[in-house]
Each structure stands twice: as structure tokens, then as C-alpha cells.
Ligand binder design. Structure first.
Ligand SMILES: Nc1ncnc2c1ncn2[C@@H]1O[C@H](COP(=O)(O)OP(=O)(O)OP(=O)(O)O)[C@@H](O)[C@H]1O
Length: 299
């Protein structure tokens, strides 16, 4: 599937005066041209492997025993992959996320995962998706909050998606590494994670609520994986990646404005991780405990 260019709402804020060029562009920037070759035909086959994690929008599994056009992929061509399966009531959210992967194509493999496509399939009557049953949504009737980010301009395809519960929709993504840990991060990691968000700022994309520990994963670590790309904006080879893009808006905000706002949120994320890490630390044995032990030994 290819998400149409107008699937996601663009927010234009007219500059209130001539002194706002630091903060606002004259228009919402156009999407950068794709550098991928034109779509061809290839047949990827795999089995759902280990369950990796889930959230409000999707359920993520590793994809095992990959075959490309009927044979194991040649070395260095296909990395380990995951599938993110949309919950039955989150079809529009996954469509939005796929749109953002297209929009951020130039950051795939550097600040975000490589995305290998978005696929939708109509289920036949009575066909079930075991992942939906085995990893149920908190409230399957809950509406798709991703559409709140489209204001009054919800794309007609998205309105149709919200009315359906019989579509299997998946994103195929490069498999990333471990989640950002609790506790105090080394300063190199902090700088790197901060600069992931700076990369995104250069594309005038605003993501509400994206700076969360759950959305920061290490660059791929398990073979086979593809080497990290150098970021076209910060020129860094990142050790980390950001995920989870359904709640975004394209804006005419400058990179300066957006990275200032991301900076505050990412700093708060570091502080929260440190606080939570401190709470989770197992307290050292109290002297009283040792005394109790000695007493017990005497007894
Ligand atoms: N490309 C990936 N590689 C490895 N693990 C992943 C990948 N994508 C997602 N995950 C894991 O799956 C979990 C759920 O994924 P994700 O955050 O995309 O789901 P979601 O439903 O959109 O979540 P949320 O409720 O936060 O919006 C992540 O926290 C992460 O642990």
C-alpha cells in the first residue's frame, strides 16, 4: 500500500510578522523526493516468531525464517525484521504511521527504523487474527485517537478505516535492539538520543507524546543487520533509534522551534527514567536484618 500524500493533516501557522523567520517557515515544506528505486515485485515470506511488545495501536512480533522470492535472502540484503500488526480498531493509526515512515525516508536506517512496507488485507468472513485474541486491546471499542491529529480534515480513506474491524494491516520494519533502560544514561547516549529528535525537527514534523522511554530503542544489534546510515542533518551515526509515529502533524515550524520543544521533552524523559530507576533499586539489607540473621543463627 502507498499512503496518499494528503493522508496526514498539515498545520500551517501564518507568521504574525516579519521577525518570525527563526520560528516559522513561509509554508509547510514539501516532502523530499524519494531516493528509493521504483517499486518492483518481490515476495517476502516469513513466520511470526517471538512476541516483542505491544501498545495501544499495534502488536509487534519478530519475523522468522525469511525467504525472499523462495530462497533465503543473500547476505547483507535483508536484516532481521519485525511486523507491527494494527489492532482491529487502529487501522487509521497504522496508515498514519506508514505515511510518516515515507515522509522520513531520508532518516530510515539513521534515526528511525527502516520500513519495508505497509500491507492491508481484507479478512474473509470468520477469519480470525490470533494476535488480536492473544494480546487484546484494553478496550476494543475505543476509537482511534490518531485521527484527533487530523483536525477537521480527516482523509476519506481514514474515515472508512475507522468503520472497519475486518482488515489485517501490518508494517514490516527493521528489528531494532533493546529499549532505553531505566536509570542514569551515560552522557554520550543522552547526546545521541537528543540528536535523534533534532533530525526529526529538520523535517518540520511535530510528534506529541513521542519522547517516551518505550519509543527509544538501540540501533539493530542482532545479526543479520544492515549498518547504520549517517544522518543527513546532524551527520551522526546514531547508536539509538526512535519509533512510534502515528500521532504526528506536519507543520511549518522551523527546526529551531521544534528542536527547542523536543529538547525540553527529551530532558524530562531522562529525568523520569532516572527517578523511576532510583525507585526500582533494591534497598541494601538493613543492619536490623543482619542482626535478625545472627539471632537466628544463635537460636
Ligand atoms: N522495529 C522494532 N524493533 C524492535 N522492537 C520494536 C520495534 N517496533 C516496536 N517494537 C517493540 O514493540 C513495542 C510496541 O511498539 P509501538 O510502540 O510501535 O506500538 P504502539 O501500539 O504504537 O505503542 P503506543 O501505545 O506507545 O503508541 C515497543 O515498545 C517496542 O518494545
Amino acid at each position: 500500500m502507498t499512503a496518499p500524500l494528503d493522508l496526514v493533516y498539515s498545520h500551517f501557522q501564518p507568521p504574525p510578522g516579519p521577525f518570525y523567520e527563526e520560528l516559522l517557515l513561509d509554508s509547510v515544506p514539501e516532502r523530499l523526493p524519494s531516493r528509493l528505486p521504483p517499486p518492483g515485485t518481490a515476495h517476502l515470506e516469513g513466520h511470526l516468531g517471538k512476541f516483542i511488545g505491544d501498545g495501544n495501536s499495534g502488536i509487534v512480533f519478530e519475523l522468522d525464517t525469511l525467504q525472499l522470492d523462495g530462497a533465503p535472502p543473500a547476505q547483507g540484503t535483508v536484516p532481521r525484521l519485525v511486523v507491527k500488526i494494527a489492532r482491529s480498531n487502529r487501522l487509521a493509526a497504522l496508515a498514519r504511521e506508514s505515511w510518516f515512515y515515507d515522509e522520513m525516508e531520508c532518516l530510515q536506517g539513521s534515526s528511525i527504523a527502516r520500513c519495508y512496507g505497509w500491507f492491508e488485507m481484507e479478512l474473509s468472513s470468520g477469519q480470525v487474527v490470533p494476535a488480536w485474541r492473544e494480546h487484546p486491546a484494553e478496550d476494543p471499542r475505543d476509537r482511534d485517537h490518531a485521527l484527533d491529529h487530523d483536525g477537521k480534515t480527516i482523509h476519506p480513506d481514514q474515515l472508512k478505516r475507522t468503520a472497519r474491524r475486518d482488515i489485517l494491516s501490518v508494517l514490516v520494519l527493521e528489528m531494532l535492539g533493546d529499549r532505553m533502560p531505566l536509570g542514569r544514561l551515560p552522557s554520550d547516549d543522552k547526546v545521541d538520543i537528543m540528536s535523534l529528535h533534532e533530525d526529526i525537527s529538520h523535517l518540520s514534523l511535530a510528534f506529541s507524546d513521542n519522547a517516551r522511554r518505550q519509543n527509544i530503542l538501540r540501533a539493530p544489534q542482532e545479526e543479520p543487520y544492515l549498518p547504520s546510515e549517517v544522518s543527513p542533518f546532524t551527520h551522526r551515526t546514531h547508536a539509538w533509534r526512535v519509533i512510534d509515529f502515528e500521532f504526528g502533524v506536519k507543520t511549518n515550524y522551523t527546526a529551531v522551534q521544534l528542536s527547542l520543544s523536543y529538547k525540553g521533552r527529551v530532558r524530562r524523559m531522562f529525568e523520569d527514567a532516572e527517578e523511576e530507576g532510583a525507585e526500582d533499586e533494591v534497598p541494601a539489607a538493613f543492619p536490623e536484618d543482619r542482626r535478625t540473621g545472627e539471632l537466628l543463627q544463635c537460636a
